[in-house]
Design a protein around this ligand. Sequence first.
Ligand SMILES: *Cc1c(COP(=O)(O)O)cnc(C)c1O
Length: 338
Amino acid sequence: MIIDLRSDTVTKPTKPMLEAMFSAEVGDDVFGEEPAVNALEDKAAKLFGKEAALFCPSGTMTNQIAIKVHTQPGDEVLCDVTAHIYNYEGGGISFNSGAQAKLIHGDRGQISAQQVLENINPNFDWLTRTSLVCIENTANRAGGSYYSLKQMQELAYVCSLNNLKYHLDGARIFNAIIENTYTPLDIGRLFDSISVCLSKGLGAPVGSVLLGDKEFIRKARRMRKVFGGGMRQGGYLAAAGIYALDNNLLRLKDDHIRAKKLSSIISGLSYVDNILPVDTNIIIFNLTEKMKPEFFVKKLAENNIKANGFGKQSIRFVTHLDYTDEMLEKTDKVLKSI
Ligand SMILES: *Cc1c(COP(=O)(O)O)cnc(C)c1O
């Protein structure tokens, strides 16, 4: 039994998901004739109450297309210092859009309306034009923490008053939704664009959807082609996404329960210095000085557990569809034996 705690992207399609993929009705999406892709886009758009959607190969692409459509070269994007769009997309903000990021030191990955207000540049020729606010919910690097609806609403209000576009990196938005009383419709109302990953906790092998109004998606579709993301018989992949939305939303709660159990095990370990609060499916903890991360990861590997270091003394575990109670028991034993 191999236990993989590196990421929730490691899940493999289940048999029924594969069957849905096999039986997809496909066409050519670049010509707009792809029944399964169109069905996925319709479904995702309706779910969040947006006018339109675009199926893309990755969450990096959906985020980068959104930034490209919302900004002009030389513009500034406001985001948290831990943001995926800034840290883990290969410098795409500048590479793809010629824009720059102004980093805000939020609270566990969450920036406030007040902080955004303080960071909007006045309209002078010599100042960088602030044009976009991006938030991440749940926040990956910050340990899977989530925004409240009120926080997101306050940010939306500041954005609309100041003529800023408002983008949600919702790679794990359903992990946030399952822990809160807000719905996809509540979220759809607030943002100009939303990126949702199907290949994380939802268990699809590939794909993300980008949501927005018709005009935004028309521009995004053009950018997807420019970025090389126009797919042909993409319906085989879209069918997995439809299956994921139909079947794998509510079960995210199981991942959160297992993550909580893991966190209480981890906080009791003598070689663990501290652990971030665990709100969803991500567990980030720091090892004591004496325990070297390389040694810890190696010990896990010897016991068929895959995990990654996440900065200096830090380790990240992520629970997911393919992480079972049996694996949790085994992880418990191994962790206590190190
Ligand atoms: C995974 C992830 C993405 C997109 O990643 P891809 O691997 O390109 O699909 C975007 N934002 C966050 C917060 C993520 O965790």
